[in-house]
Write a protein that binds this ligand. Structure first.
Ligand SMILES: Cc1cc2nc3c(=O)[nH]c(=O)nc-3n(C[C@H](O)[C@H](O)[C@H](O)COP(=O)(O)O)c2cc1C
Length: 285
């Protein structure tokens, strides 16, 4: 009895110092995939996996060109870019407030080519903390369906990041604001092959945590997770830009290979997009 009382007192004391918060967050991190898995309907899992699989190829991709005769030319595809869409040509139109010109858009153009230069790990850590780290009660700076936060952020560092091993991989833990190092397998050649963008300093990959996304909302949870990823990368783009870093979101990458090289299981973590970062060659700042 005395021992139970003592344990309860120790627990309360740790709660006051904040130790318990980080410890509870860790325990939930360890258990959440296993916990959520128990409630995942196998039919839902099949539907989501199959759909994710179907998202592999797009019009104009090299895969499509290899397996079929493309029905859209490059010119056709380009003519669809940067247009707005009216739903009807007989609807009435109201003018919006005046926006002077394209130059007022605060987001920089997507990075086309990077200039390799040293970046302290602390710069990246502060971008992550300010853009997506949570407050003391676990609220994050972006919304999430059911507050499940089923999108995971994994960073792949190049060899110019000071303070981390070259080509290492880290999983960001937004509640405790730490990075969990993963058994990644990148080297110079693998890192350069991630995308065709030259001079990338590091990547952030956004994964849907399959079990977490689907145990409550079923297939709809996959949709919610993708929406969450969109708001995450928008926040990170803004924070990185403040530190002079340009970026480009990339949907074209080798999903299985990349996930495996990150040291992750592609049956549990479905990569949605990757995000390349670096100092834009010749411009922006
Ligand atoms: C979800 C998503 C996927 C994208 N995938 C690619 C890609 O695979 N390759 C690429 O070069 N750019 C990719 N982009 C970047 C877009 O092409 C770019 O944002 C668009 O052309 C507009 O240019 P801007 O960002 O400079 O305004 C992607 C952007 C988003 C949001």
């Amino acid at each position: 009895m005395a021992l139970i009382l003592l344990l309860a007192l120790v627990r309360e004391a740790f709660k006051c110092t904040g130790w318990m918060m980080s410890s509870e967050a860790e325990i939930s991190a360890l258990n959440q995939i296993g916990f959520a898995s128990q409630f995942v309907d196998p039919d839902v899992e099949t539907v989501v996996r199959t759909f994710h699989q179907h998202c592999f190829s797009c019009a104009g991709s090299t895969l499509e060109n290899r397996v079929s005769t493309p029905y859209l030319t490059l010119e056709d595809l380009m003519s669809a870019e940067a247009k707005e869409t009216r739903f009807s040509h007989i609807s009435k139109i109201l003018d919006g407030s005046s926006i002077p010109s394209q130059s007022t858009i605060s987001r920089w153009p997507s990075m086309t080519s990077g200039r390799p230069s040293p970046i302290p790990f602390q710069t990246i850590a502060s971008i992550m903390g300010s853009a997506v780290g949570s407050d003391g009660i676990g609220r994050r700076p972006y919304p999430s369906g059911g507050a499940l936060y089923s999108a995971e952020m994994v960073l792949v560092f190049g060899d110019t990041i000071e303070g981390v091993p070259a080509f290492s991989v880290g999983h960001y833990l937004p509640v405790t604001n730490r990075f969990e190092l993963l058994p990644g397998r990148f080297d110079r050649a693998k890192f350069d092959a991630i995308s065709s963008i030259k001079g990338v300093s590091f990547y952030i990959a956004y994964f849907v945590n399959l079990k977490k996304a689907t145990f409550k909302y079923r297939s709809r949870g996959y949709r919610l997770a993708l929406l969450e990823i969109g708001s995450i990368y928008q926040k990170i783009i803004g924070a990185a830009q403040e530190d002079g870093l340009a970026s480009r979101v990339l949907a074209g990458f080798s999903e299985y290979e990349f996930t495996k090289d990150c040291g992750l299981d592609s049956r549990l973590l479905l990569p949605a997009v990757i995000h390349a970062f670096g100092y834009q060659e010749g411009a922006y700042v």
